[in-house]
Design a protein around this ligand. Structure first.
Ligand code: HEC
Length: 145
């Protein structure tokens, strides 16, 4: 009986750990539901140009996103400690469409620490342009291992 209890405990811990990892990896349905349908279907109009991606990574992502999303996009930036919901782990890919990622960058995810970056929403001088945001979508895809 004692043994059985122990193995049940181990199984429960293992299950909850894998569930926690699963939730961190995928964008939740709740978050995706915040994006209007017409925005979700948009395709990335900006070409995946290596030089542009490098530049936006250095001048935009590292300054504005890395703090929470981490330099490898795993959601483990120093600013993300204890955050609920946590930033997603993009190294496991993303279930979001390009249009959904773009919309969430620009508008933020309401009631979370993910604030919007478009003009009029972001702090003055911190805005992310449309072209930069679409390039960030390429950067996010590039984190997938
Ligand atoms: C203060 C911390 C913080 C900063 C800074 C931040 N984010 Fe986020 N981000 C989050 C959190 C937390 C979530 C999860 C929100 C949710 O689950 O709805 C998130 C979610 C997202 C999503 C939603 C899609 C997905 O894959 O789950 C995108 C896209 C995103 N962030 C991009 C960015 C970009 C690009 C920047 C920089 C311009 C940035 N974020 C800056 C905390 C942050």
């Amino acid at each position: 009986m004692k043994r059985l209890k122990k193995s049940i405990t181990i199984a429960t811990v293992a299950l909850s750990m894998s569930l926690a990892a699963g939730f961190a990896a995928a964008t939740s349905e709740e978050t995706l539901a915040k994006v209007p349908a017409e925005a979700a279907g948009l395709t990335n109009p900006v070409e995946a140009d290596d030089d542009a991606i490098k530049k936006v990574f250095k001048k935009g992502y590292k300054k504005k996103c890395k703090k929470c999303h981490g330099s490898k996009g795993n959601g483990k930036g120093p600013g993300a400690k204890g955050m609920e919901p946590p930033p997603p782990d993009w190294t496991a890919g993303s279930s979001a469409t390009d249009g959904q990622l773009y919309w969430l960058i620009m508008n933020g995810s309401k009631d979370t620490e993910m604030k919007g970056w478009k003009a009029g929403v972001a702090k003055k001088g911190k805005e992310v342009s449309e072209e930069e945001a679409w390039t960030m979508v390429h950067i996010i895809r590039g984190f997938q291992k």
